[in-house]
Design a protein around this ligand. Sequence first.
Ligand code: KMH
Ligand code: ZN
Length: 302
Amino acid sequence: MTSSVGRRSCAVISPSGIADKRQLFQKESIKTEKLIITAAICGAEVTKEQNPAVPYTLEEMVREAKSAYDAGAAVIHVHVRWDDGTPTQDRERFRVVMDAIRAACPGVILIPSTGGAVGMTPEERLQPTELMPEMATLDCGTCNFGDDVFQNDMPTLRAFGKRMLENHIKPEYECFEIGHLDTALTLARKGQAPGEPMQFNFVLGVGGCTPATVPNLCYLVSQIPAGSTWTVTGIGRHAFTMAAAIAMGGNVRVGFEDELTLSRGVLAKSNGELVARVVELAKLLGREIATPDEARRILSLK
Ligand code: KMH
Ligand code: ZN
């Protein structure tokens, strides 16, 4: 597969799960990768008042991670809370929670957050990278986040990229806005953050950011380097965009961080229920579900 970071040539949207330059609909070139499901089990913003199943404590985190894993999630995106629900980036809290999830979910891939919650300092946010996770999120720019502003200026991004290079952490490049993709590619091209093969998470539908529409998704996917992998997170009820991502060969993220209900007015009882719904959708669309080992290969993790 040809490298295009630096040359900025565009990938054709491919049903392979990995962007490449072959023509879409060329039957002989179709090789569908299995679907990687990520569960974002708690996030930093949602509360038990909104859904009593939102996990805060260690036991609740393990319960929710295991429900997602048992339902088919190969990856867990981890935020942590104190027992009263306050979001924290405390390194030791991450250590305890991630160790317990690994014990309950053998082989699972963990992607701790370096985004944390709005208002946290970059130093606070970077703490989980000291635990040498195989992956971590890298948020690619400042944006509105509901009524707040999620601050990610260039010096911050360079510091995060440097840390991930030093600690051999593969970033999941989180793009809330179309311009964030350009920033991620620039960081990689300049060697200021890990490069190919890159993994992108298009977080669409955050209030004030790029809406979760299929044309927006198609545009983003058309701009990523050959050999990249990508995931779509549809905040709220964006089943249409999720279905498009599955059909296009991308991967999906669901979970309480992004969605608290199964349908209008019906709270999900667990993250597992949200994952199970994606598994059903994937079955209808003909995609098999990746195990953690298969996901590790697809994501080029060692
Ligand atoms: N909680 C959001 C402000 C990430 O995990 O990297 C940021 C976030 C992104 O959730
Ligand atoms: Zn997150």
